[in-house]
Design a protein around this ligand. Structure first.
Ligand code: NAD
Length: 350
């Protein structure tokens, strides 16, 4: 296992992670080969090793070969088992009794959103219904649905930090709206299950989440910036980079999800972001070029004429408020610059 990631998980386990409260509990994690799902699973399994947490982990995956690769260090761990299924079509089958569910499965690749918007919507909604049905039938203690800050769309007012009840506008005619609108529908479905069936489910509206643990083929903006810093090549932006980003470090997000499972309020949504890490994409590129790469590279712009066909999210101005999440006893610890430094250390290990 990566030494950087191991240290990251160790720091969380011996810091803010609510380890005592989850001792002996049984977890089901969907999207377990993805960034957030895999880190949640690894944190629990490392918690078993380092703190004797004795947690059972059922990882729901589509691709067993990918799962074997990602969890290579834990394949002989009897606390870990896999359920192989496509959540849009197959029901979840496990003999384990489950206490907590983290629903992290989703289509997150921008290009796929504009190419296969129908699939994106159906996987979101059918997959989430599948998970909620499981939760209902098995009377689980709680479920966290991983939503996104993209549910806010384009805000009507941007002069203050945005709380959970201040949704903006989403253009239903745009193919890419399948993702944010799908997230809204899934949150709504979660709350419907809470109201109609009493399922204890809440939504975590994640800001852009990254850090050590990103997958080898990761190509979202943050990974491209980090690769530029490592290779010493200029950062090229294909938009003006005016969107205001809201970010949260991977391990801070993992901690937030655990806190929500234990202390979140049924049917509520929570912004999971580090308010100190708010900046535009262009400012972030500039920070990576000057501070993280020490000025060895520059930020340059190359904006294509058909940029709207490439699946980039519309320009958004938004500063998320995280006070509702912090009121549950969560504090984000890692700054954006530290995030890049750790991410780059992780990427250079390979
Ligand atoms: N990482 C972020 O910055 C971020 C920000 C906001 C919201 N989120 C949300 O958090 C969740 C996890 O994000 P991530 O970064 O880990 O994404 P990811 O793309 O790394 O992982 C998603 C996982 O879902 C799985 N999946 C997709 N369709 C599936 C299906 N039909 N059946 C079973 N599994 C399926 C994929 O195989 C993958 O393992 C997603 O819901 C995402 O929308 C992430």
């Amino acid at each position: 296992m990566s030494e950087v990631l191991k240290k990251d998980i160790h720091t969380l386990l011996h810091g803010d992670f609510p380890a005592e409260e989850i001792k002996g509990k049984r977890f089901l994690v969907t999207g377990a080969t993805g960034l957030v799902g895999s880190l949640f699973v690894k944190t629990l399994l490392q918690g078993n090793r380092e703190l004797g947490l004795d947690c059972i982990v059922v990882a729901v995956v589509r691709n067993p070969d990918k799962a074997k690769d990602i969890f290579a260090d834990y394949l002989d761990d009897e606390k870990l088992s896999f359920v192989v299924c496509d959540l849009a079509t197959d029901s979840i089958k496990t003999e384990e009794t489950i206490d907590y569910i983290v629903h992290a499965a989703a289509v997150t690749i921008s290009k796929d959103m504009v190419t296969y918007p129908v699939d994106n919507i159906m996987i979101s909604v059918l997959g989430t219904r599948n998970v909620l049905e499981f939760a209902r039938e098995h009377a689980v203690k709680s479920v966290v649905y991983l939503s996104s800050m993209e549910v806010y769309g384009q805000l009507f007012v941007t002069d203050h930090k945005i709380k959970e009840d201040e949704l903006g506008y989403i253009d239903l005619a745009a193919a890419r709206s399948c993702y944010p609108e799908g997230k809204r529908m899934c949150e709504c479905l979660c709350n419907a299950y809470a109201t109609q069936y009493g399922v204890n489910v809440m939504s975590a509206r994640l800001a852009q989440t990254f850090g050590p643990g990103i997958l080898k083929n990761e190509n979202r903006v943050f990974a491209q910036f980090a690769k530029s810093a490592i290779s010493g090549t200029d950062i090229v932006l294909h938009t003006k980079g005016e969107s205001e980003g809201n970010y949260v470090y991977t391990m801070d997000a993992i901690c937030a999800i655990a806190v929500l499972l234990l202390r979140g309020e049924k049917g509520q949504a929570y912004n999971v972001s580090n308010v100190e890490s708010h900046m535009t994409i262009a400012e972030m590129g500039e920070m990576v070029a000057t501070k993280v790469a020490g000025g060895r590279i520059k930020l340059v712009f190359d904006i294509p004429e058909d940029a709207d066909k490439l699946g980039y999210a519309p320009t958004t101005k938004m500063h998320l408020d995280n006070s509702k999440m912090c009121a549950l006893g969560w504090t984000p610890r890692v700054s954006l610059q530290q995030t890049y430094e750790r991410l780059i250390a992780y990427m250079c290990e390979a």
